[in-house]
Design a protein around this ligand. Structure first.
Ligand code: AMP
Length: 401
């Protein structure tokens, strides 16, 4: 079965086409600047040359039509006909409390995703545009939605509620939902497979640290706590997001600086984190370069980032009364040996012992970076949210037949 995975943003659309008989990627690509002049389509067929095309793509329906043209193109294509695509999987950021796993798209499912627009106003509307565009271009082909929040729906009430008046939860569904669920679920499963141990027996802390960053405590294969909350702002210090702070900072700053709601939101989401403290960059590569060169602002940014990450690992070891496995994934987690080294250096009280040489190896494959004596297995596992979505899509479509 061939499955197309789509990740639709407001002005972009990423795609990957899978052959699920062996889970290989046949092609992948990206449409950028949808709705603007000179939209760009970058198409990478596996084993063939990448092509880029600039044209006017005003909305997502045209974007998918262009993608399908590329997938079936004589020169750059990988399919003889669009009919070979048997299902489409969509990434959706917010599934609220309704979706505890991926779901087959029906009119009711779409209505529910729309009902959740106010919880993810930037992300859920484009997902609906992506689904509609797939339905128009591939009539009769089943669509499946995979939610970033779904994996965390196993959190208990004591974990997901904020200690604020409960009426706010009842009226506005204000609670902790988490994010990056597809990634946390994927890497925790791969970790258990890699160690050849049943996931039901394991206490795993998954560190998804990229531009956005979150940690999850995975106990017995389910999420028992995660660091993101109502929105992806809570938790760790990130590239441009603050992570945890005293909520009074918000009202205090709004008052003193006469900021509007959108201005303060922008400050916390786009102008904080590594960028704010270093004053130079949100990219961990620049921060570590600056730290190695002894630049004070980058050094402080690096130390704050690592300190906050390590505190959360300690918190989740406490939440699960221990930890068997720590997994590093995403841009920083997979690539930054120094972030992993510094974080693990002060986890010796948990019995963590890093093999510094193994930690420096780059492979793109799941690998162990702890010593044989380490009481906690430390792994680097490349995340693959698209593959997880493709697997869910295949399973749900097969079950629905
Ligand atoms: P992601 O959001 O998972 O795509 O991660 C993107 C982020 O990963 C970038 O903004 C960088 O901060 C970080 N990153 C990528 N490569 C490296 C690297 N070699 N060393 C340190 N950080 C990296």
């Amino acid at each position: 079965m061939k499955v197309l995975v789509i990740n639709a943003g407001s002005s972009s659309l990423k795609y990957q086409l899978y052959d699920m008989t062996d889970e290989t990627v046949l092609a992948k690509g990206l449409v950028e600047r949808i709705g603007m002049d000179s939209s760009i389509l970058t198409h990478k067929p596996t084993g063939k040359e990448e092509v880029t095309e600039v044209s006017e793509i005003l909305e997502h329906t045209t974007a998918i039509r262009k993608v399908l043209e590329k997938l079936t193109d004589k020169e750059h294509g990988v399919l003889s006909s669009v009919d070979e695509i048997q299902a489409v999987g969509h990434r959706v950021v917010h599934g609220g409390e309704t979706f505890k796993g991926s779901a087959l798209v029906t009119p009711e499912v779409k209505a529910e995703i729309r009902r959740l627009f106010d919880l993810a106003p930037l992300h859920n509307p484009p997902a609906i545009m992506g689904i509609n565009a797939a339905e128009v271009n591939m009539p009769g082909v089943p669509n499946v939605v995979a939610f970033d929040t779904a994996f965390h729906q196993t959190m208990e009430e004591k974990v997901y509620l904020y200690p604020i008046p409960k009426v706010l939860y009842k009226k506005h569904r204000i609670r902790r939902y988490g994010a990056h669920g597809t990634s946390h679920q994927y890497v925790s499963r791969v970790a258990a497979e890699f160690l050849n141990r049943p996931i039901e027996e394991l206490k795993i802390i998954t560190c998804h640290i990229g531009n956005g960053a979150s940690l999850t405590a995975v106990k017995g294969g389910v999420s028992v706590d995660t660091s993101m909350g109502l929105t992806p702002l809570e938790g760790l210090m990130m590239g441009t997001r603050s992570g945890d702070l005293d909520p009074t900072v918000v009202t205090f700053v709004m008052n003193k600086e006469e900021l509007s709601i959108s201005e303060v939101n922008s400050m916390l989401n786009k102008h904080s984190g590594l960028l704010a403290i270093s004053g130079s960059s949100s990219d961990m590569r620049d921060i570590t370069d600056g730290w190695e060169a002894g630049k004070p602002n980058e050094t402080l940014a690096f130390e704050m980032y690592e300190y906050r990450l390590r505190k959360y690992i300690g918190a989740y070891a406490a939440a699960m009364n221990g930890v068997d496995v720590i997994v590093f994934t995403a841009g920083v987690g997979e690539n930054s040996a120094i972030v992993r080294e510094k974080t693990c250096e002060n986890l010796s009280y948990l019995g963590v012992e890093l093999d510094k040489e193994l930690n420096k190896v780059r492979s793109g494959e799941p690998r162990r970076i702890s010593t044989p004596n380490s009481k906690v297995e430390v792994l680097v596992i490349p995340t693959n949210e698209e593959l997880m979505i493709a697997r869910d899509t295949l399973q749900i479509v097969q079950e629905s037949k």
